[in-house]
Design a protein around this ligand. Structure first.
Ligand SMILES: *Cc1c(COP(=O)(O)O)cnc(C)c1O
Length: 413
C-alpha cells in the first residue's frame, strides 16, 4: 500500500495509478514499458512537450549557481530577466511582476492586489464579480471566486460571498447586461474571469467580442479586470494570451502552468502601474504583505526564461497553427456522430460531450471513459461527460490520430 494521497482521486474506487518512469514529447512511459500519449498536457501544463531539451538544459545550468534565495530584500538575475521578458510579452500596461509558485496562489495574489488597491485608494470596495462555472484554484479564496459544487461543498460555509454573472452563452448579451446592472451599484472591486475558455468548468467557450465588451464595462465603472490566464496562456487558445484575441489589456493577469513550459512550478501575477502605485508609499502599512517561501525560485525562473527564449526563437506559432488545423479535422469527423454533442474548439483545445442520461462532473461516464482510454494507451481525463483534447504542441500527427481514434471508440453513454 502506498502512503501517497493523490489529488482528485478516489482511492476507494479507482485502480492503482500506473507508475511513470520516463517522459518525452507527448509520451509517458510506465514502469512496465507501456506508452501513454499525454493528450491533456499533464493537467494543462506541458506546452512544447515533456522534457523539452532547451528547458531541461537551462534547469541543469541554473543548478550550478543558485538554489532558493530569499526574495524579500534580495534579487537575482533569472527573476529580473524573466520579469522584464514577461512585461514585454504581456498585454499592454502590465508593468509589474509578482512571483509565486502555483496558479491558485497567483490568483490569491491578484485578489489581494485588487482589494489592496481599493483599500489604499481610500475607497474600499470588497466585492468580487465572477462568471458562473469558473475555476480559479482550490484554496479557500480561489474556491470562493469559483464555481460552488461537489468540489467544495464541505467548505461552503467558509467561502466568501461574490457577485455571480451567468456564463456568456450565445452573444453574451445577458452576461454583459447583468454586469452593467451590477457595476452601477459601485461596490464591485474587480471582475475575475478565465478569458475565452472556462477550463475545469467543462471547456466552455465564449467569443472574444464578449470578453472585449466585459472589459469595456469594467473600464467604464473603474472595476479592475483580473484575467486568469493560468490555463489559457502560452498559446493554448491560438494566441500567446487569450486576451490578445479580444484586444483586452487587463489590470491584473495571472500566469502559471505553461510559464516554465510545464517543467517546474512557478507563477506570476502581472499588475498595472496604478495597482503597484497604490501600494507604493512611505507609509509601510501599504506594503504588499504577501510571500511564498519559494517565491521566484531561481531554477524555476531559469526554466521560464528558457521557455521565453523558445517562444522568441522557435516557430511555436506555426506548430500551434498546425495543431489547430489537425484538431479541427479530427473534431469534424465526430461532429455529426449521434453519440456526441456540442463539438467545440478554441485554438489548440478541442472538446465534445458524450450524450448521457445524467451529465455533470460525477457522471459515471467519466471514470469509465478514462479507463477505456488508458487501456488504449491514451491519457485523457474527461470532465464528467465532457471529453477534451489539450495536447502539447509537439504532439505528432500519428500520436494525435491515436488519441482521436480512442475517442471514436467511446461506448455510447
Ligand atoms: C489550474 C488553474 C488554476 C490553479 O492552478 P494551480 O497551479 O493548480 O494552483 C487557476 N486558474 C485556472 C484557470 C486554472 O486552470
Amino acid at each position: 500500500m502506498s502512503a501517497v494521497w493523490h489529488p482528485f482521486f478516489q482511492h476507494a474506487t479507482e485502480p492503482v495509478p500506473p507508475r511513470i518512469t520516463h517522459a518525452e514529447g507527448a509520451r509517458l512511459t510506465t514502469a512496465d514499458g507501456t506508452i501513454l500519449i499525454d493528450a491533456i498536457s499533464s493537467w494543462w501544463v506541458t506546452t512544447h512537450g515533456h522534457r523539452y531539451p532547451p528547458i531541461m538544459a537551462a534547469i541543469r545550468a541554473a543548478t550550478e549557481d543558485l538554489d532558493q534565495i530569499i526574495f524579500a530584500g534580495l534579487t537575482h538575475a533569472p527573476a529580473e530577466a524573466l520579469a522584464e521578458g514577461l512585461v514585454q510579452m504581456a498585454p499592454e500596461g502590465l508593468t509589474r511582476v509578482f512571483f509565486s509558485d502555483s496558479g491558485s496562489t497567483s490568483v490569491e495574489v491578484a485578489l489581494k492586489m485588487a482589494l489592496g488597491f481599493w483599500a489604499h485608494s481610500g475607497q474600499p470596495r470588497h466585492r468580487i464579480a465572477v462568471i458562473e462555472d469558473s475555476y480559479h484554484g482550490d484554496t479557500i479564496g480561489t474556491m470562493s471566486v469559483g464555481e460552488r459544487g461537489v468540489f467544495n461543498a464541505p467548505y461552503m460555509p467558509l467561502l466568501f460571498d461574490v457577485a455571480r454573472l451567468p456564463f456568456p452563452a450565445g452573444d453574451g448579451a445577458a452576461t454583459i447586461a447583468a454586469f452593467e446592472a451590477l457595476a452601477d451599484g459601485g461596490e464591485i472591486a474587480a471582475l475575475i474571469l478565465e478569458p475565452l475558455v472556462l477550463g475545469s468548468g467543462g471547456m466552455r467557450m465564449y467569443p472574444p467580442a464578449v470578453l472585449a465588451s466585459l472589459a469595456q464595462v469594467a473600464r467604464r465603472h473603474e472595476i479592475l479586470l483580473i484575467a486568469d490566464e493560468v490555463m489559457t496562456g502560452w498559446g493554448r487558445t491560438g494566441t500567446l494570451w487569450a486576451c490578445d484575441q479580444a484586444g483586452v489589456a487587463p489590470d491584473i493577469l495571472c500566469t502559471s502552468k505553461g510559464l516554465t513550459g510545464g517543467s517546474l512550478p512557478l507563477a506570476a501575477t502581472l499588475a498595472s502601474e496604478p495597482i503597484f502605485a497604490a501600494h507604493y508609499s512611505t507609509d509601510r502599512r501599504r506594503t504588499f504583505f504577501h510571500s511564498s517561501s519559494y517565491t521566484a525560485n531561481p531554477i524555476a525562473c531559469a526554466a521560464a526564461l528558457a521557455n521565453l527564449e523558445v517562444w522568441r526563437s522557435e516557430p511555436v506559432m506555426e506548430r500551434i497553427a498546425t495543431l489547430i488545423a489537425r484538431q479541427s479535422d479530427h473534431l469534424a469527423v465526430l461532429a455529426d456522430d449521434p453519440r456526441f454533442e456540442n463539438p467545440r474548439q478554441c485554438g489548440t483545445i478541442a472538446a465534445l460531450d458524450l450524450k448521457v442520461p445524467a451529465a455533470g462532473y460525477l457522471a459515471e461516464a467519466g471514470p469509465r471513459m478514462r479507463a477505456d482510454f488508458m487501456a488504449r494507451g491514451v491519457l485523457l481525463r474527461p470532465l464528467g461527460n465532457t471529453i477534451y483534447v489539450l495536447p502539447p504542441y509537439g504532439i505528432t500527427e500519428g500520436e494525435l490520430a491515436k488519441v482521436w481514434d480512442a475517442i471514436a471508440q467511446v461506448r455510447p453513454g
